[in-house]
Design a protein around this ligand. Structure first.
Ligand code: SAM
Length: 284
């Protein structure tokens, strides 16, 4: 069993003192057990170098674990003013290592973090989790932020979609977009009872290691367009589902060397790359 910082009040006291009644609209499901948060922080690799970004620190359970795991420059982005106030004591205890910013992670200017490698770790608010993820994938694709790794909590079905292989029922748009740019892997699963209050769903922590170069040359926009069309009608053959794209269908399939009789879940990440880059060359 991990020990918490002895000089800091237990998390339940922080929650009580600051009246942190969980807000559903902010996806607030807190992790109270330091063994769980230590495990998540420990799975994020070396935190001593670079900038560690935590989205949604809440009352600070995972934040404490990230500090315990050696994060030297931890920036925590929190939208809820009540949580920002609740974290004041922790910032005072770690004045040179922790910066808490009252910010919306969806609109935050990540370029303000500087040039050092960025490690993102978060128990994400589920209502905006995939939007945040797509935003970070865009930063990786554009080489706009040197993201070294991401360790992120999602609801279990979303985690399964991110790591899914071709042929499986979870394989879809999110699998292709993530695995185009990153190696992805499941870190651990957590039941609803691991959170306060418990959510209705099971959860999964997913690890992301961005590749030095994407698996193939295309743009996030083209890959999003092609995968949205293909998986939008996932039981249909590609010659049907890709009709909605604004290019000549037979030329697209011939140049990408993909048979129109195939279904989207059969295509490898690489084959989606062929489709997206061919689509891009034809759509201009
Ligand atoms: N990290 C804490 C933990 O594990 O106990 C809290 C995680 S809770 C699932 C999600 C947190 O994200 C909440 O503290 C919530 O206020 C915050 N949050 C929700 N939307 C946000 C946004 N757009 N930007 C920044 N923080 C947000």
């Amino acid at each position: 069993m991990s020990t918490d910082f002895p000089d800091l009040p237990p998390l339940k006291d922080v929650i009580r003192e600051h009246g942190l009644l969980a807000k559903k609209s902010l996806g607030q499901n807190f992790l109270m057990n330091p063994s769980v948060t230590d495990y998540i922080a420990g799975s994020a690799g070396d935190l001593t170098k670079g900038t560690v970004v935590e989205v949604g620190p809440g009352p600070g359970g995972l934040t404490r674990s990230l500090l315990r795991a050696g994060a030297n420059n931890l920036v925590a982005l929190e939208k809820d003013e009540r949580c920002v106030n609740a974290l004041h004591q922790l910032s005072l205890a770690f004045p040179n290592r922790l910066t808490v910013l009252e910010q919306d992670a969806l609109t935050f200017d990540y370029s303000s973090l500087g040039d050092s490698p960025v490690i993102i770790v978060a128990n994400l608010p589920y209502n905006v989790a995939t939007t945040l993820l797509i935003g970070w994938l865009k930063l990786i694709a554009d080489k706009a932020l040197p993201i070294q790794s991401m360790t992120l909590m999602f609801q279990r079905e979303v985690g399964q979609r991110i790591t899914a292989s071709p042929g499986s029922k979870s394989y879809g748009r999110l699998s292709v977009l993530c695995q185009w740019l990153c190696d992805t892997y499941s870190v651990c699963e957590l039941p609803p009872s691991a959170f306060t209050p418990p959510p209705k769903v099971h959860s999964t922590v997913v690890g992301f290691k961005p590749l030095a170069e994407p698996r193939f040359n295309t743009t996030l926009k083209s890959l999003e367009t092609v995968t949205a069309a293909a998986f939008g009608q996932r039981r249909k053959m590609l010659r049907q589902s890709l009709k909605k794209l604004d290019v000549e269908l037979e030329t697209l399939l011939a140049e990408a060397q993909i048979a129109g009789t195939r279904r989207p879940e059969e295509l490898s990440i690489q084959e989606f790359g062929q489709l997206a880059s061919t689509y891009e060359s034809l759509a201009v």
